[in-house]
Design a protein around this ligand. Structure first.
Ligand code: NAP
Length: 248
């Protein structure tokens, strides 16, 4: 597939590496310009481009930027052809994103984003920590392979989304519509807990919506205490141990 990725941070750089390694035609952009993208991210053939170039003439656009920065790129995304698949990795953290009234009042994060972008999206890769994402992908059929939920309202988005999740080394699990995607938001049992295909359905079913924000904030506070900086991510061992204790 021809894929444009916006964001080359903790999650975006691993997406670029994995998807170009398996043979997809990948372009990537950040907010500061192509010359600021590290060469090693491009080692498997991905090209660094500007943000408008990244979304031009592609089958799939993947958004991997902080939620509060996404409305700024809405004009670029809104004008894409209807058949383009737009995937999003984002999560809402008020400590990073500030106040978003609709989400704090209970709107599902991906529905809020679809509204901002004026088009449907697929939500994927939001529920795995960056260290697990970089290190724990395995070939199809490997024992204990981690499974990731994919939520979407259109079949074409779900299908492309699930294919690409598999291509990054994880079992793709159809988690239903965007309206149900709160079950994979921060604080939910499947969020950054590295579950298998066998464990994931029960974890999605066990999510308790009203408890998610409090559990998300407890986890955020514990991570800050551990790594001491909002720009750093915890390692997989600590992140998974913490989130299993708090969310499951
Ligand atoms: N970190 C995790 O473990 C994790 C796990 C799952 C999901 N997520 C979610 O995935 C998203 C990305 O997280 P992250 O940790 O990878 O973030 P990050 O490390 O802070 O990287 C953010 C990236 O977005 C780029 N960006 C910001 N505004 C942009 C714009 N207008 N146009 C193009 N690029 C732009 C930044 O580019 P510049 O540096 O040039 O500004 C940077 O490359 C977030 O919503 C996060 O909640 C994160």
């Amino acid at each position: 597939m021809k894929i444009g990725i916006l964001g080359v941070g903790h999650i975006g750089k691993t997406l670029v590496r994995k998807l170009s390694t398996v043979g997809h035609d990948v372009k990537v952009a950040n907010s500061r310009g192509p010359e600021t993208i590290e060469a090693d991210v491009l080692a498997s053939g991905a090209r660094a481009v500007t943000t408008p170039q990244a979304v031009e003439d592609v089958d799939v656009v993947i958004l991997s930027i902080p939620l509060n920065r996404l409305p700024a790129i809405a004009p670029l995304i809104t004008k894409l052809p209807a058949e383009t698949v737009v995937m999003d990795t984002s999560n809402f953290y008020p400590q990073r994103d500030g106040t978003i009234d609709a989400i704090e009042a209970g709107q599902v994060e991906s529905l809020w984003l679809a509204e901002q972008l004026g088009r449907p999206i697929a939500k994927a890769w939001n529920s795995i920590g960056s260290d697990s994402f970089a290190k724990k992908g395995t070939p199809v059929g490997s024992p204990g392979r981690i499974a990731l939920p994919v939520a979407a309202d259109r079949d074409r988005d779900r299908k492309a989304g699930m294919t690409l999740v598999e291509d990054t080394g994880f079992d793709a699990f159809d988690a239903g519509t965007l309206a149900e995607s709160w079950r994979q938001q921060p604080g939910a049992p499947c969020y950054c807990t590295d579950l298998t295909r066998e464990e994931l359905p029960a974890a999605l079913a066990a999510a308790e919506r009203a408890r998610l924000p409090k559990r998300r904030d407890l986890s955020f506070a514990a991570v800050m205490e551990r790594v001491g900086d909002g720009g750093k991510n915890p390692d997989a061992e600590f992140g998974v141990r913490l989130n299993r204790a708090l969310f499951m």
